[in-house]
Design a protein around this ligand. Structure first.
Ligand SMILES: [Mg+2]
Length: 174
């Protein structure tokens, strides 16, 4: 009998990728979130300036890894019984920045298993779709609104909330 391989889905920002050091969280949220009244909507940056700011703020040097979490994922990857996929709702215009990040901090990872939001869908919908498509068994996420949404969906895997460095090790190995 062959052992089932457990498929772990991992969000990027806030789970293995740190926030940029100087930009205040409130400003990031303001840039990301929709200014309309719909709670779940994130706003796709429409102007070149906004996109430029976002691209700059996703430079790998401004986004160091959450090193303990990243290490936990690296350890998991080495075990034959786990397969790791990254699922991030980063929009298409951040594809290069994302590739650069992996090149610098996780070069041994097979980049084909990094899925970003190339069609610029609503982030929570993109994640749900990918979790289903990739048949993820556990998904690691930091954003509370995304977690709340995903946990309400039927027949979706357990969503594990991660909100600081060191958490993956604690939550998966204890
Ligand atoms: Mg996140």
């Amino acid at each position: 009998m062959t052992q089932k391989i457990i498929r772990i889905g991992v969000d990027l920002d806030g789970v293995v990728v740190n926030k940029p050091p100087i930009v205040p969280k409130k400003l990031i949220e303001w840039l990301i979130r929709s200014h309309t009244n719909h709670e779940k909507k994130y706003r796709f940056p429409k102007t070149n300036l906004e996109r430029w700011i976002r691209i700059q703020s996703h430079h790998y040097k401004l986004r160091p890894p959450l090193s303990k979490n990243l290490q936990a994922i690296k350890n998991l990857e080495k075990l034959k019984s786990f397969e790791v996929f990254f699922i991030s709702s980063r929009y298409r215009f951040l594809a290069n920045q994302t590739r650069q990040w992996f090149k610098n901090y996780f070069p041994q990872f097979d980049y084909k298993k990094v899925f970003i939001n190339l069609e610029n869908q609503q982030p929570h919908l993109f994640k749900e779709e990918m979790i289903r498509k990739l048949k993820i068994d556990y998904f690691l996420e930091d954003d509370q609104r995304t977690i709340s949404y995903l946990r309400k969906r039927s027949n979706l895997c357990p969503i594990i909330k991660i909100n600081r460095d060191k958490q993956i090790t604690k939550k998966l190995f204890s």
